[in-house]
Design a protein around this ligand. Structure first.
Ligand SMILES: Nc1ncnc2c1ncn2[C@@H]1O[C@H](COP(=O)(O)OP(=O)(O)O)[C@@H](O)[C@H]1O
Ligand SMILES: [Mg+2]
Length: 422
């Protein structure tokens, strides 16, 4: 005669089951299925049983049915009731309900040494060895999804990073300084590396500043949120709009915040009116606050670093000031190669690279698109597959004005010398 009774779970038991679960665990490792999963299964009336004694609920087993298999999400027992056969009674009752309803296989995943493991063995469950539980956590909680969409944030695709072609040096720098510490914060802390919180990218238009900002977010699996100062200004006035938006951002777990053409908000203060000073101050304050939280990175971009308010670039605000210049010969070659591969064209990438000095990735993308489009139309018109040649590319390159002139390249080199903090 046992001192407990096992019966079906009823909605009134929820609180008691949660209480027993809280004191049940004997393992260090958290369970595979969080309590919220077990509660959701109980509320959706998946099969579950409880054991009651004089003092009320002393144990429970909770399952979730998926097609013809079921997962035991929880086996929990009050400590005083362990090792008396209660666990086996719970499982026997639960599996009976599951098998009777057409379930073909019942699985349970428990941390080593967790309450309920012995009961599973006693009930004839076999332990499969040589398996590893792989797990990857999504970057946002369901509660955050609504907030992200109301802020206009997006979840960028992880593949964006691979799509950044050519710029190997810059890519490696960004990966090492930003992505790796943020993706491995414990390892960074072991080495005394402080996590980067804010970075300024500067360089001529079309060199990939926006592209990199998106790609970093994709690489980290963090939501990407671009702030549009003009919109904030129209809605709330720029200074209070910024402070408001950063307050909202502070509630997110993980986020990459991007401000493009930041010189428009953080331009030189000298001679500026009082409102402009207020805006720069507000942004500086917001950055200081932003820096106190984990799981976030501010990326600012500018075409003209010389017009930024000097207070902005002082140490303690931006961890890095990274130049993104026009690609050099080898980076251009790599960019050409990636476009040639995509177009299935057999052209001489080194020759194209030599002919496209001063071209930004955006210029190269433009030429590649123009040639591909022309070939596509030619194939369409002639009915035979047209493949672009080196000459086709060279002709289009000649027709294209490079974004970065010699003078601009020199200017960028000077700015790099003066402002870069790598
Ligand atoms: N490294 C790159 N590989 C492939 N395409 C690139 C690369 N950098 C830029 N592009 C393309 O060039 C265009 C302009 O890039 P963008 O990031 O907007 O430049 P920026 O923000 O510096 O002005 C975009 O269409 C982008 O897809
Ligand atoms: Mg841009």
């Amino acid at each position: 005669m046992t001192e407990w009774r096992v019966r079906d779970y009823s909605q009134d038991d929820l609180e008691a089951v949660i209480r027993v679960d809280a004191e049940s665990s004997t393992a260090e490792e958290p369970p595979l299925f969080p309590l919220s999963d077990a509660v959701a299964a109980l509320q959706a009336l998946h099969p579950a049983v409880v054991a009651t004694a004089d003092e009320g609920v002393v144990g429970a087993a909770v399952s979730r049915v998926e097609g013809d298999r079921a997962w035991i999400l929880r086996i929990c027992m009050a400590p005083a009731w362990r090792q008396r056969g209660l666990g086996s009674d719970l499982i026997t009752a639960l599996e009976h309900r599951l098998f009777a309803s057409g379930v073909r296989a019942v699985h349970a995943v428990l941390p080593k040494g967790e309450t309920g493991a012995a009961a599973l063995y006693n009930c004839g469950f076999g332990a499969r060895s040589g398996m590893v539980v792989f797990e990857k956590r999504g970057p946002v909680t369901p509660q955050e999804i609504g907030m992200l969409s109301s802020l206009g944030a997006e979840l960028p695709h992880g593949g964006l990073w691979q799509k950044v072609a050519g710029m190997h040096r810059e890519k490696q720098l960004i990966e090492r300084r930003l992505v790796l510490p943020l993706a491995h914060p414990e390892l960074a802390a072991q080495h005394g590396v402080e996590l980067p919180r804010a970075v300024m990218l500067f360089g001529p238009p079309g060199t990939g500043k926006s592209t990199f900002a998106h790609a970093i977010a994709g690489r980290l699996g963090w939501p990407f949120l671009e702030l549009f100062p003009a919109r904030l200004a129209a809605e709330y006035g720029l200074a209070s709009g910024l402070s408001r938006r950063f307050d909202e951002i502070a509630q997110l777990d993980h986020v990459l915040v991007f401000i493009d053409e930041v010189e428009e908000v953080a331009g030189e203060r000298s001679g500026a009116d009082a409102t402009a000073v207020g805006v720069v101050n507000e942004l500086l304050k917001a950055i200081v606050r932003f820096r106190t939280q984990d799981g976030r990175l501010l990326v600012c971009a500018t075409n003209n670093v010389t017009t930024l308010d000097p207070a902005f670039l002082r140490h303690g605000r931006f961890d890095y000031v990274l130049p993104l210049g026009p690609p050099d010969h080898s980076a251009r070659t790599a960019l050409w190669k990636s476009y040639l591969t995509r177009a299935g064209a057999r052209a001489d990438s080194a020759a194209l690279s030599s002919a496209s000095e001063g071209f930004t990735p955006a210029d190269i993308a433009h030429v590649a698109r123009t040639v591909s489009q022309a070939q596509f139309e030619r194939t369409f018109d002639t009915g035979t597959q047209a493949l672009a040649t080196t000459d086709d590319y060279l002709a289009t390159i000649r027709d294209t004005q490079p974004t970065v002139s010699g003078a601009m390249a020199q200017e960028f080199a000077d700015q790099t010398e003066k402002f870069a903090r790598i």
